[in-house]
Design a protein around this ligand. Structure first.
Ligand code: ARG
Length: 394
């Protein structure tokens, strides 16, 4: 299998270094005499023109073109920077890109799903990095004329199943009920626990999907305990160590990469104040509040608010104890404002969606609350794409 990590970066210090100097020490010659700088700008201009001509030729001959590793790396970073949904963009220059464009591509129209599965498992292992989660994007084959690129059905590479019971209630994650049912129609049977990891469903459009169970070592999880409440552990809460968005298409330089899974670390509120607490997700606030001895009969006791805070505290504490990267919403939003500032100094605006940037709890205590954002759409970018598994497509 041919995959290349274009920019090998390990650990936090290395990421910080990469953020400061994404392209090594090259290009730092700001003190170079004007004459040299002028000629190097001209040389770069020549190179760009040559490249544009080569791309135009390739397009005319084949209807598509192959991006260079450098184009892929910089383009993916800018796609992240352009995305209005992400509070973590401060680190955009630290994104690593794995070139998986040739993985699973066979001479016949039908690609090799097992090879894709292996590369996706590698992606998870590389991102996990022993708990020091890496910012990692793996880019698989683009859609080219007559051959759309591969897809996975899953919204994230690691997600828990949601089983609808006869009485309408859900065991597991209600957010994945439809996907779970679609995967069951393919023949998958889960164990039937609250935290069954869904298999990956891999599909080359126009061909049958195949599902693969993830090996346990590619699915690191954290059990949730509380720093002060020993009873908390008995709630049996857990979550996977980091998210890997896998259903967005990377739109870059006129090409579409429909499979480009992106891993990063969590912000504690995503788990504590959404996944485990939303009433249409795991809905754990009533249990937490009962453990805390709160009066849950009346909204005015603010039992939800108090339980939400303790659940989020527990998430942060547990990830820290387990040595898994996670950030809190105060730090995340401060970094976001620094990012905005840096973008302004670079003469750019910062596309952002206020409702995605403001954390789910304590919004008004963070510096983003009073700011206004424009969710301007710029390319390159990541974009949602229609699910392959909705009933009308099966
Ligand atoms: N909110 C999603 C989840 O809870 C993950 C979205 C991406 N988050 C991130 N920190 N990169 O799973």
């Amino acid at each position: 299998m041919r995959t290349t990590v274009i920019l090998p970066v390990r650990g936090c210090r290395a990421v910080r270094r990469a953020v400061r100097r994404p392209f090594g020490s090259r290009g730092r010659g700001v003190t170079a005499p004007t004459r040299c700088r002028g000629s190097s700008v001209a040389r770069r201009g020549d190179a760009a023109t040559r490249r544009a001509r080569a791309v135009a030729r390739e397009l005319a001959e084949t209807g598509t073109y192959r991006q260079t590793p450098a184009e892929l790396l910089l383009g993916a970073r800018i796609a992240w920077r352009n995305n209005p949904q992400c509070v973590g963009k401060f680190y955009w220059k630290g994104l690593e890109v794995r070139d998986c464009r040739d993985v699973g591509v066979t001479l016949s129209q039908k690609g090799d799903e097992s090879a894709l599965f292996e590369a996706l498992v590698d992606h998870l292992r590389l991102s996990w990095n022993g708990g020091r989660v890496r910012l990692l994007l793996s880019v698989f084959a683009p859609s080219v004329p007559d051959r759309p690129g591969p897809r996975v059905w899953n919204g994230q590479l690691i997600r828990y199943a949601g089983y609808r019971r006869h009485d309408g209630s859900v065991l597991g994650d209600p957010a994945t009920v439809e996907l779970t049912e679609a995967v069951q129609r393919l023949g998958w049977r889960g164990r039937g626990t609250e935290y069954d990891v869904l298999p990956l469903v891999i599909q080359w459009p126009g061909h049958e999907p195949r599902f693969f169970d993830l090996p346990a070592d590619a699915v690191p999880e954290v059990r949730i305990t509380h720093p002060e409440y020993p009873w908390f552990e008995s709630l049996g809460l857990r979550w996977h160590a980091f998210p890997t968005i896998s259903d967005q298409v990377l739109e870059l330089g006129g090409l579409r990469y429909p499979l480009a899974p992106f891993s990063a670390w969590y912000t504690c509120t995503e788990i504590g104040a959404r996944n485990l607490s939303d009433s249409n997700r795991y809905d754990k606030l009533p249990e937490v509040a009962r453990g805390m001895g709160l009066e849950t009969g009346r909204d005015r006791t603010l039992w939800r608010d108090r339980a939400l805070l303790e659940l989020t505290t527990a998430v942060l504490h547990s990830y820290d104890q387990a040595g898994v990267s996670i950030i809190d919403h105060h730090f995340a939003t401060k970094q976001f404002v620094r990012h905005e500032e840096r973008e302004r100094k670079s003469g750019r605006t910062c596309p952002a969606d206020w409702s995605a940037i403001v954390p789910a709890t304590s919004g008004s205590t963070t510096p983003v609350w009073q700011r206004r954002y424009e969710p301007t759409r710029a390319l390159p970018n990541f974009a949602p794409q229609p699910t392959l598994w909705s009933s009308d497509m099966l």
